[in-house]
Write a protein that binds this ligand. Structure first.
Ligand SMILES: *Cc1c(COP(=O)(O)O)cnc(C)c1O
Length: 398
């Protein structure tokens, strides 16, 4: 937690990423904060044990579940990077989402959710929140200021994901957060795609920004972790619910995420550059109907992306012309450098078919051709494009 983050002079995020969340002088001068493994924490006396929550409650080391210096270092780093007030570490990206929603919603409340959200977010809303008597309504991700027309007296939360991680609509976040704030609703943004480096949520009046640190923040496809970053008003509600739910994460995963953040800027620059290169190349292929990449001029939300984002990550989509499934499988199954698997944000490249029409209720998905989602990793872009050339050759085989 750092309540000074917003008042500090702006520091370049690359510099911040290398300086934040470490105090070598506390640890023999060693560059990285150590990995503390802990459950029990011992106190010298009964009096000390019984008063353990009394002073500065959330920075004290009181019990493994409630954080260690390793967790606090990561929380401080991500809070500073994003310009929030405080952060909470959770066990996965999905648990960051469910914890943040539960922090603000009660029976009888209404939540507005972008129609382009990550499918498990939608399932949690439709199954769990609905069962608790919370009304869930979806809205067109491109709704902008017209969100005001949907907000009711009992709307407590507006949930955004920008861009949507299957279909890549970029939301007009400032318009939506302004309308929500006027109506007293909390805005929660799934900011996993952009990371704190490419979208500073609190500069756009978002109240709660969350991250699947499983993706770029850790960056090596070897752990599960979630982070919830909040403004001052939302910090205590989120921290309390995270504690009640028993949220915590393994110390090695926390450590590796903090280590990942040290190189996030260079990794993201490469993902950005190579993602745009592959997306532009795909745009000129006759097999491709449309590329869904916010950094391309052709993207319908390109202007919003340019206005609000500092870059693009390596995840985007493209729509093929109508082809039969065997042709699609010949292409995707035969890729040498693009793995078939969920998640993204690591150094490796991935490609999977996705089915946006299955996850929409407020808007229709008009396309009939297959949609592929690509994560462009850190291998040479020449090799990646050649892999695609061979992929299209297989697709076109008769
Ligand atoms: C992967 C993902 C999540 C969930 O993260 P996990 O760590 O896999 O639970 C949430 N939001 C988005 C946009 C994601 O891509």
């Amino acid at each position: 937690m750092s309540n000074e983050a917003n008042t500090k002079p702006p520091v370049d995020s690359s510099t911040l990423a290398t300086e934040t969340g470490r105090n070598p002088e506390d640890n023999f001068g060693i560059v990285n904060p150590p990995v503390y493994h802990a459950s029990t924490v011992l106190f010298p006396t009964v009096e000390a044990f019984e008063s353990r929550y009394r002073e500065v409650p959330h920075r004290r080391v009181t019990y493994g579940l409630h954080g260690t210096p390793t967790t606090f270092a990561l929380e401080e780093a991500v809070t500073e990077l994003e310009g929030g007030y405080g952060s909470v570490v959770t066990s996965s990206g999905l648990s960051a989402i469910t914890t943040a929603l539960l922090a603000f919603l009660s029976t009888g409340d209404d939540v507005l959710v972008s129609d382009s959200v990550y499918a498990p977010t939608r399932e949690f809303c439709d199954e769990t929140l609905a069962r608790l008597g919370i009304a869930v309504r979806y809205f067109d991700p491109r709704i902008g200021e017209n969100i005001a027309d949907l907000i009711q007296d009992n709307t407590r939360v507006v949930f955004l994901e920008s861009p949507g991680s299957l279909t890549f609509e970029v939301q007009d976040t400032p318009q939506i957060t302004r309308a929500a704030r006027r109506a007293g609703a909390v805005t929660i943004l799934d900011n996993t795609w952009a990371t704190p480096l490419y979208f500073r949520a609190f500069d756009h009046e978002v109240d709660v920004s969350l991250h699947a640190a499983t993706k770029y923040l850790s960056g090596h496809a070897d752990l599960m972790l979630g982070l919830i970053v909040t403004n001052e008003a939302c910090y205590e509600p989120v921290r309390q619910v995270a504690m009640r739910l028993g949220q915590c994460a393994g110390p090695d995963d926390v450590y590796l995420t903090l280590r990942g953040i040290r190189t996030l800027n260079v990794r993201l620059e490469r993902h950005f550059e190579q993602g745009v290169a592959l997306a532009s190349w795909l745009e000129n292929r006759p097999e491709v109907k449309q590329v869904l990449h916010p950094a391309l001029d052709s993207h319908p939300d390109h202007e919003i992306w340019r206005r609000d984002f500092g870059g693009a990550s390596g995840l985007f989509g493209f729509i093929l012309n109508d082809i039969d499934r065997p042709a699609l499988l010949r292409m995707v199954n035969g890729m040498a450098l693009f793995g078939i698997g969920a998640s993204w944000g690591g150094y490796e490249s991935l490609m999977i078919p996705v089915y946006p029409e299955r996850y929409r209720t407020a808007t229709a998905w008009p396309e009939t051709g297959p949609v592929l989602r690509v994560h462009v990793g850190l291998a040479s872009i020449r090799d990646l494009i050649e892999d695609f050339e061979r992929g299209f050759d297989r697709l076109n085989q008769i």
